[in-house]
Design a binder for this molecule. Sequence first.
Ligand SMILES: [Zn+2]
Length: 105
Amino acid sequence: MTDLIDKKPTEGYYDPEPRFGACPYCCRSHGYINVRNSPWFLCDTHMVRWCTSSGMFSDWQDENEEIWEKNVKKLEGYTIVEPIDSLDEIIPQPIDKVNISGEKR
Ligand SMILES: [Zn+2]
């Protein structure tokens, strides 16, 4: 029997050049969600998030308070980390060594 179920990737994508940062634990990103004009990138595997510069993307303009509220709820469960922005920095780090920064750098 053929498996017709569309298997969606759950591991996130591996960005060879993480322009917008990547998870410091696995160098992956599961994309971003907006809170108003602030895009937050996520790693769902490690439950971490990092913010890039506001105004980088424009899709937030098509969203609304309802969506942002939902996004804020989701983000509350994620720890803010300092993302890696270069593959040279891929060094798996113990969680307590990761630089925890504020929402804005
Ligand atoms: Zn990760």
